[in-house]
Design a binder for this molecule. Structure first.
Ligand code: SF4
Ligand code: FES
Length: 258
């Protein structure tokens, strides 16, 4: 099959960017989208031109690196799949395909399709560690957890930190990502000692990184390659309110003092 690509080329963060058109001819419908870009890059290199910069690592939907907008959709047209899991058979022969980096204030473009997503790492870092006793690991069967909690925690833990939720959100909010990270520890016994502190710190860091606020457009869960539900945001907001009230009560002057 043959496709025409319009790819965002931007040499550096501060340089102006523009779409450049390339032909991708004789592409196998079974090739992945990234394999198609590899072939385009090989041809560019052979002609002595600068290859298209894009992030990738696992190519199995695990690492979250392959962040790009394809025809205006984060990770392209296949629901529940990262760009590396997208195949060319998802496009019609002769299709015009626009490829752009994530567009969000908190994700500056480094080069072409590569953006700086370290703001997400700093949100995780703000959450800190969990309290865990040293020594031999406890038998997992000794810690009983209700099945619905395990399932919800594991669904949230599937987040690969790709940032598609931010790119898809009209507000540029990182609420789905942050809520997924908060939910997966907040439902497990191991996550309880720091639960309140974690949600307060991670939400504060999310705001400090200039992500937008969530107004429940729901675009994030549509774009998420791991199909993480917007319900996690509801859970995060509930935890945040409880933690804020608890912190206020702890710092309020006690009755009769002063
Ligand atoms: S919540 Fe989904 S879209 Fe957002 S970073 Fe995690 S995996 Fe990516
Ligand atoms: S390259 Fe790792 S998720 Fe796509």
């Amino acid at each position: 099959m043959n496709v025409t690509l319009h790819v965002w080329r931007q040499p550096s963060e501060r340089a102006a960017g523009r779409f450049v058109t390339y032909r991708a001819d004789d592409v196998s419908p079974d090739a992945s989208f990234l394999e198609m870009l590899d072939v385009v890059n090989e041809r560019l290199s052979e002609r002595g031109e600068e290859p298209i910069a894009f992030s990738h690592d696992c190519r199995e939907g695990i690492c979250g690196s392959c962040a790009m907008m394809i025809n205006g959709v984060a990770h392209g047209p296949e629901r529940g799949a990262a760009t590396c899991q997208l195949h060319m058979r998802s496009f019609k022969d002769g299709a015009e395909v626009y490829v752009e980096p994530w567009r969000a204030r908190a994700f500056p473009v480094i080069k072409d399709l590569v953006v700086d997503r370290r703001a997400l790492d700093r949100i995780i870092e703000a959450g800190g560690f969990i309290t865990a006793p040293t020594g031999g690991a406890r038998d997992a069967n000794a810690i009983l957890i209700p099945k619905p909690d395990v399932d919800t925690a594991m669904d949230a833990a599937a987040c690969i930190g790709c940032g598609a939720c931010v790119a898809a959100c009209p507000n540029g909010s990182a609420s789905l990502f942050t809520a997924a990270k908060i939910t997966h520890l907040g439902l497990l016994p191991q996550g309880q000692p720091e639960r309140s502190r974690r949600v307060l710190r991670m939400v504060a860091q999310m705001d400090a990184e200039h992500f937008g606020h969530c107004t429940f457009y729901g675009e994030c869960q549509e774009a998420c390659p791991k199909l993480i539900s917007i319900d996690t945001i509801v859970r995060m907001n509930r935890d945040y309110v409880r933690a804020s009230l608890r912190a206020r009560a702890e710092h309020a002057p006690s009755e009769g003092s002063g």
